[in-house]
Structure formats: structure tokens, C-alpha cells
Design a protein around this ligand. Structure first.
Ligand code: UDP
Length: 244
């Protein structure tokens, strides 16, 4: 999709920074080119490494470095990735563009009360963005076709999907040819943050690159998933040393 890439364990990350990435996405949306954005952290990289189907779709997406582990891995392998690009920040930046350009936006995912609160907050903050529809993420499989059809009829410029990773990405891959969305992006827990239900790590933790640790402490049930982080670090270092 783009030549400006760094390979982290075979996953092609963009080397564009935050602002350049947003500009690039705007350009693609305005020119009617469909784009699938994946915000990938070490867990996603390990998953792509281990599951060929998931890897082949990640290879076709615009992948941004979501997680300080990715930035460090780039540094250890002498590749030019200098900043994290998180899903929630990208969502806000794209909403600001939607506000400026009167784009249509559809939101899918999270608990019913969370998504309606998130819609309320986003509508308040970005009054000129056109929120054409939303739907919670706890639907039955036999409801999917109708959801896909509703999104397709709305033809959104932006489709944000929060079904948890990697389900959200698999879902978009499955339906991407039918969804009629210019840009689709999985946004994980972003609606929980926007609604105020979940707090992001305080700025100082983010600055110290410890947001992952804050998440672990505040949501201890995630520890098993976060085991991907040490596995990721070890694999990157092993590959670096074995290529010497
Ligand atoms: N979620 C959903 N349907 C599901 C599972 C999860 O809508 O069947 C939502 C969940 O409510 C949350 C979001 O997906 O808003 C992200 O979930 P999680 O924190 O597990 O994913 P992560 O951000 O770690 O990828």
C-alpha cells in the first residue's frame, strides 16, 4: 500500500508519524481509495506471526505502531519509527477531519450504554461530523448481515469498529467488500475511553512509556494477553542477534 514501511517481525508498519499518517488517510478518503487501518501492538504482531490468514490481511492494511514495544523494536533493528500512534488519538484526529469536511461516520462496537454515551460525546465535540449510525458490539451472528447492509447503505467515510482485537479486524476483512466504507479502523477500547467508562493512563505514565503497565494494574484480567509483550521482545532480540 505504501513504500514507507518498516518490517517488525514481518509486519509492515508505516514509518510516517502521526500527522503525516492522518494527512495520508485524508488524501486517500478524498480520492475514494478504500483503506483499512490496523493499530498494531506487540500482541497483534505475535498473532500475525502465528496465523497466516491474519498476517496476509495485515500485510494489505495501513499498519500504525500502537505501543511503545513497537517503537523500541524499530530502534533495536535500526528502522525509522519514532512515535506511537494510538487508536484513540487517531480516532479523535480523524473525527476532527470529519468535522471540518462534513464526513459521514459510523460507529460499531462496545456495550449499548457505552456506545450511546460515546456517540453523544463525539456529537458534542464534532458537531459538523455527520454521525450516520451506530450499533453496539454484542450482536448475534444472524444479525450481522443486517448490520453490514445498514452500514453499506450509509456509505460512511469513516467506520470505527470496537469488537476487541483481533475479532474487529477479522470482522472487517470478512465484510470489507460489502461495507462501502472509505476508511475502516479497529479501535479496541476507544469507545470505553471516550464515554468515560475507562480512564486512559495519566499523561505522566504515558510519557514514561508505561501505559501498558497501567493497563495491567487497572485491568489485571489482561495479564495473560500481555504475556505477548515479553514474547515479542525476546523474538525481536533473537532475530536481531541471529542476523548478525
Ligand atoms: N466488545 C464488543 N463485543 C464483543 C467483545 C468486545 O463490542 O463481543 C467491545 C468491548 O465492549 C470494548 C471493545 O470491544 O469496548 C474492546 O474490547 P477489549 O478491551 O477486550 O479489546 P482490546 O482493546 O484489548 O483490543
Amino acid at each position: 500500500m505504501t513504500k514507507q514501511v518498516a518490517s517488525i517481525l514481518g509486519v509492515p508498519f508505516t514509518t510516517r508519524g502521526f500527522r503525516d499518517s492522518v494527512d495520508y488517510m485524508v488524501e486517500r478518503i478524498e480520492s475514494g481509495t478504500q483503506t483499512h487501518v490496523v493499530t498494531a501492538n506487540p500482541e497483534i504482531v505475535m498473532l500475525a506471526r502465528e496465523h497466516r490468514g491474519f498476517r496476509s490481511f495485515v500485510e494489505q492494511a495501513y499498519v500504525v505502531p500502537d505501543g511503545i514495544g513497537i517503537v523500541y523494536a524499530a530502534k533495536w533493528t535500526n528502522q525509522p519509527i519514532y512515535e506511537r500512534i494510538t487508536g484513540v488519538e487517531l480516532l479523535e484526529a480523524l473525527m476532527a477531519e470529519a468535522d471540518r469536511r462534513h464526513w459521514k461516520v459510523y460507529l460499531l462496537g462496545a456495550h449499548p450504554e457505552v456506545i450511546s454515551l460515546a456517540v453523544e460525546k463525539l456529537a458534542e465535540r464534532y458537531p459538523n461530523a455527520c454521525l450516520v449510525g451506530y450499533r453496539d458490539g454484542y450482536f448475534r451472528q444472524d444479525e450481522e448481515e443486517q448490520i453490514v447492509q445498514e452500514i453499506a447503505e450509509k456509505k460512511p467515510h469513516l467506520l470505527f469498529v470496537a469488537l476487541g482485537a483481533p475479532r474487529q479486524d477479522e470482522w472487517m476483512v470478512k465484510y470489507r467488500d460489502q461495507l462501502n466504507a472509505s476508511l475502516m479502523m479497529g479501535v479496541g477500547g476507544s469507545f470505553d475511553v471516550i464515554s468515560g467508562k475507562v480512564k486512559r493512563a495519566p499523561a505522566v505514565w504515558q510519557k514514561l512509556h508505561l501505559e501498558w503497565f497501567y493497563r495491567l494494574v487497572s485491568q489485571p484480567s489482561r495479564w495473560k494477553r500481555q504475556l505477548a509483550i515479553p514474547r515479542f521482545v525476546l523474538t525481536v532480540l533473537k532475530e536481531k542477534w541471529s542476523s548478525r
